[in-house]
Write a protein that binds this ligand. Structure first.
Ligand SMILES: C[S@@+](CC[C@H](N)C(=O)[O-])C[C@H]1O[C@@H](n2cnc3c(N)ncnc32)[C@H](O)[C@@H]1O
Length: 323
């Protein structure tokens, strides 16, 4: 599942990569690609049973604005890197359409991992999360009570992680409940996350920057970044690692799952797909050329493992030393 090449030729400073970037920077071409990408994404999702437009319409008439007011932190100053167009939304993650469609987009993403196995979108999502939880079970912290999911978006990763650890806790007949917190910089995403968690299984949905949370130090056993860092400039990822280190108790772990630069599937994506991907995710080149393990170590972590968790993604775990 691992290529000997460190990264795809379509990312970084290679000729192919620079050619693709030139195409994307050509405004009229970018506009066409953007709407094309969106159309194909929605069509493919709906063909596979994901009710994309129906879900969006249901949110539009749900009165969710009140939930937005409840989660919104008015003191946030949004950094420049966060205010660029993203995933074909001109306002990036800072708008309702992005939040209303995030759930469907997340389900569609999991289906792309196993395209030939005839999985339902629910089964693909379970398998995607399960493969990360398996790495956590083997290499994560032995004791987990307090969890923080950074970049939680609409809370799919947060709820799956919480349910996994709560089930593990129940199996061992421990009485304490797992306390899980979701954190994101988009209040729109958080409003949807809160609305989708009506029983309040997640302790808090926090609207803040992962690189500067304002939370109490040494208060978590496990922090996750699930499919977040490929969407960030590396200097922000480095700052987030430092903040995660501060927030973890000694022995606690930072666990990451994200696109695997060494995945043969990712390296051999058809040109149309990698061009579309680069055109809608502005920090792609930075991510694919970034030495994540070195950054973990530079922040004080012991690098425990990097492993291909599925055909497209890798999981990495850094542990805060005990002594
Ligand atoms: C692809 S989504 C994550 C998906 C989710 N973790 C999952 O696995 O389904 C990336 C999320 O990271 C959030 N994000 C990006 N930069 C952030 C930052 N500096 N602090 C907090 N959240 C951030 C975005 O708002 C977005 O909701």
């Amino acid at each position: 599942m691992i290529s000997t090449k460190a990264k795809p030729n379509w990312a970084g400073d290679d000729v192919l990569s620079r050619f693709v970037n030139l195409l994307i920077q050509t405004k009229p071409i970018y506009q066409v690609m953007k709407s094309q990408a969106r159309r194909v994404l929605i069509q493919t999702a709906e063909k596979n049973g994901i009710p994309w437009r129906e879900t969006r319409r249901a949110f539009e008439t749900s009165g969710i604005d009140q939930t937005l007011a409840a989660v919104n932190n008015p003191h946030i100053v949004y950094p420049d890197y966060y205010q660029v167009p993203f995933h074909a939304y001109d306002q990036g993650n800072l708008c309702w359409p992005a939040a209303f469609e995030a759930e469907s987009a997340t389900y569609a993403m999991a289906l792309r991992v196993w395209p030939d196995e005839g999985l339902t979108w629910q089964a693909a999502q379970d398998r995607l999360r399960g493969s990360f939880h398996e790495v956590l079970a083997q290499h994560g912290p032995a004791h987990v009570q307090d969890i923080l999911d950074m970049g939680c978006s609409v809370g799919i990763s947060t709820r799956a992680l919480h349910d996994y650890y709560q089930a593990r806790q129940n199996q061992t007949k421990q009485t304490l409940s797992i306390r899980t917190v979701g954190l994101d910089l988009s209040p729109y995403m958080l409003a949807v996350a809160k609305a989708q968690d009506p029983t309040g299984s997640i302790s808090r949905w926090i609207h803040t920057k992962a690189e500067d949370t304002g939370l109490t130090g040494a208060s978590f056993d496990l922090i996750t970044l699930q499919f977040v860092i490929h969407e960030l400039p590396r200097k922000i990822t480095q700052a987030i690692f430092k903040e995660a280190y501060r927030l973890l108790r000694p022995g606690g772990c930072l666990a990451i799952v994200d696109n695997n630069p060494q995945s043969p599937v990712i390296q051999n994506l058809p040109p149309v797909l990698f061009t579309l991907m680069k055109s809608t995710e502005p920090w792609t080149d930075d991510y694919y050329t970034f030495d994540v393990e070195a950054a973990l170590i530079a922040s004080g972590f012991e690098h425990k493992i990097t492993v291909a968790s599925d055909p497209r993604h890798r999981a990495l775990i850094g542990q805060k030393p005990i002594g």
